[in-house]
Design a binder for this molecule. Structure first.
Ligand code: MRU
Length: 371
């Protein structure tokens, strides 16, 4: 795995541009399996079941999902059906809505016969833009790691991350991981504490997988360890991703992010959120009240998958039979606990004025979500 590596692209056209290939993340870290999506329904299923996941990749898959729908039915009704089907797959990441709005904006004025080709091209552009955005997030975030390295005076910079905001959550590079890959490539000694991220273990399964392949030193920790490490000076900075950020800077991200931010605040550890501007919902203010939080099947909590001694993948129950389980997938970290945002246009304060300094085009109120 190199810094920007086509072999690790999470989504791309295949079969002569008539279908789309993904990495099936439900198979990680056990097997690297690629799957082909040929229909709208397959794209929607891939998002719902989290074969693809992570805010930017959900958006990209939705864009390609619209394109696949145009292959079967490129009428106005077909376009609206595709949008409605994909819009209800996952509620929290605003990139989904942004990508669907963008596809409809581009396709609606076209003749139906032109829509499939235009949709594939637009989805491809959206992916290329995401790669460029993540690369720029990496360049801007690199300065934070360089500063921490100077304070560490040669000892590895200790970075804590939650969930997977890596290249597998995007098209390439990742958001939170892009500065890490760049710093590692420049020879800055660093080490990443990887929160396991129950219940779906995106940290243990996916972040550890991609950091391992990139040769980045890392250690998987249980979700509850971060506070202890921060109390003992073992974390120089936290760097996480986001699924939806309100215009005043509240951040929805994977469940448990809020508790890490509280621990960081209490211990004076800088807590940064890396985000592409496509993750800002400029229509919302108060994240705790306004961001829709996905609740998923309790089976994700009561059951766990792993490789047995026989080398095969098994799923086992870890909760008493009959005990109910509740599974909130995201939480909201209020802006006041966030040291700053790392965006494609630079680092800013987690506030409306901070965001508008970098994105002044959103100064007007009540605009549509960017995307
Ligand atoms: O439920 P998931 O795995 O889609 O949640 C992913 C996250 O919470 C990521 O941190 C977020 O999408 C940022 S991805 C660059």
């Amino acid at each position: 795995m190199t810094l920007a590596d086509p072999a690790w692209r999470t989504i791309r056209p295949t079969e002569g541009g008539l279908a789309v290939e993904i990495i099936d993340q439900t198979e990680l870290p056990f097997r690297l399996v690629r799957r082909v999506l040929r229909t709208l329904e397959q794209a929607a299923e891939a998002i719902v079941t989290m074969r693809v996941r992570g805010a930017p990749l959900i958006g990209a898959t939705a864009a390609y999902g619209v394109a696949l729908a145009m292959r079967e039915d490129s009428s106005d009704a077909g376009l609206q059906r595709a949008r409605a089907c994909l819009a209800q797959t996952r509620p929290t990441a605003v990139n989904l809505q942004g990508a669907l709005d963008r596809m409809v904006r581009v396709l609606a004025p076209l003749a139906p016969s032109a829509r499939f080709d235009a949709a594939m091209a637009e989805a491809g552009r959206l992916c290329e833009e995401d790669v460029a955005i993540c690369r720029r997030i990496g360049e801007h975030g690199l300065g934070l790691i360089e500063a921490a390295a100077r304070r560490r005076a040669g000892a590895p910079v200790q970075i804590l991350t939650h969930c997977n905001a890596g290249r597998l959550a995007c098209i390439d590079w990742g958001t939170a991981t892009a500065p890490i890959y760049l710093a590692h490539a420049r020879g800055i000694p660093l080490h990443v504490w990887v929160d396991e991220t129950r219940p779906r273990n995106q940290g243990a399964a996916i972040t550890a997988f991609e950091l391992g392949h990139a040769g980045v030193p890392h250690t998987v920790i249980a979700d509850n360890v971060g506070g202890h490490l921060m109390q003992h000076g073992e974390v120089d900075l936290c760097l996480v991703g986001a699924d939806r950020v309100t215009r005043r800077g509240d951040v929805a991200n994977k469940i448990g992010t809020y508790l890490k931010a509280l621990a960081a605040f209490d211990n004076g550890v800088p807590f940064y959120v890396a985000l592409p501007s496509t993750t800002v919902d400029w229509t919302l203010e108060d994240g705790v009240r306004e961001i829709p939080i996905e609740r998923r099947d309790g089976a994700e909590l009561t059951h766990i998958r792993g490789v047995g001694a026989d080398g095969r993948i098994h799923e086992v129950r870890i909760v008493p039979e009959g005990s109910p389980a509740a599974n909130w997938a995201f939480d909201v970290t209020p802006a006041r606990y966030i040291t700053g945002f790392v965006t494609e246009r630079g680092v800013c304060e987690a506030s409306e004025s901070g965001l508008l300094r970098l994105f002044p085009e959103h100064a007007g109120r009540g605009g549509a979500a960017s995307g």
